[in-house]
Design a protein around this ligand. Structure first.
Ligand SMILES: O=C(O)CCC(=O)C(=O)O
Length: 268
């Protein structure tokens, strides 16, 4: 698979892309593995979000070798893109407007797999087109205006003008971490998992990458990736793991501290 120049331009302009039914042929396997990754003894009860990190690392590492996933990463981020971990979720209710990051120099993307049929009335992801463009006045202004849409424009979160990305399982959504996104009107067990990726960092910016990796301590993990993800990696997959593997040596100590300070691992 190759992304067309129009798709690349669309992503650069609006900060997101939808690939209808891109993974439809793997859907049964994906749903089965998704279900099996959540432990029987700690079932989602619908009261709050349940989240597992890292996620595809447990049973679906091979997704990182899939030519379609590789094509998205390579085209938007470069041949040597970094895999940046993944989370698997049962979402409960609304997710307010937010950006996943504020990355001025390196592009970070999220590939989202929603496993239920969703539209604007049932929790489909919404994005504000163009909000990823931090260097434009539009994107920059949104940074503070979106802190409280009700106060800024007298508009409720669900009514902020946005593109609703309806999904049918098998579709893939991709968005820039800087893109404002949210979800409204969903039920108490929306199934979704992600694959995060970014451009490879230059050595002079490696501390910024290490700071990002440090954020995973809230999930009480000692390495950024699972043993399975690392031990089953082909040389081709290793290209996408090596920079993070070489820079996650601080994570175990930070996680140990988080275990002392937090009642449970973070839910997102
Ligand atoms: O689907 C949702 O509720 C929100 C997803 C989201 O915010 C994310 O993956 O960053």
């Amino acid at each position: 698979m190759q992304l067309s120049q129009s798709q690349i331009d669309f992503f650069e302009t609006f900060g997101f892309l939808k690939f209808p039914q891109l993974m439809a042929d793997r859907l049964d396997w994906i749903v089965d593995e998704f279900t099996k990754t959540f432990p029987e003894e700690n079932k989602h009860d619908g009261s709050k979000r349940t989240c597992i990190v890292p996620f595809i690392d447990q049973r679906m590492s091979v997704l990182l070798d899939d030519p379609r996933i590789l094509a998205i990463g390579r085209t938007l981020l470069g041949e040597d893109f970094n895999y940046m971990g993944s989370d698997g979720n049962y979402y409960t209710g609304d997710t307010g407007w937010h950006r996943d990051g504020y990355h001025e120099k390196y592009r970070h993307i999220k590939i989202a797999f929603y496993l239920d049929e969703l539209d604007g009335n049932s929790g489909a992801l919404r994005v504000i087109p163009g909000s990823h463009r931090l260097h434009d006045k539009y994107g920059d202004d949104l940074t503070f205006r979106m802190r409280d849409p009700l106060q800024t424009w007298n508009v409720a979160g669900a009514d902020v003008p946005a593109q609703v990305l309806d999904v049918t399982p098998g579709d893939i959504l991709v968005f820039d971490h800087n893109t404002f996104h949210s979800s409204w009107n969903g039920n108490t067990s929306r199934r979704m998992f992600t694959i995060n990726m970014c451009q490879r960092y230059a050595q002079e910016d490696i501390q910024e990458l290490r700071d990002y990796i440090a954020g995973a301590a809230r999930f009480w993990i000692d390495r950024a990736f699972s043993e399975t993800m690392m031990n089953t990696a082909s040389p081709e997959r290793l290209v996408h793991l090596e920079q993070v593997m070489a820079n996650d040596d601080h994570l175990a100590a930070l996680s140990a501290k988080a275990r002392q300070e937090m009642a449970e691992p973070s839910r997102g």
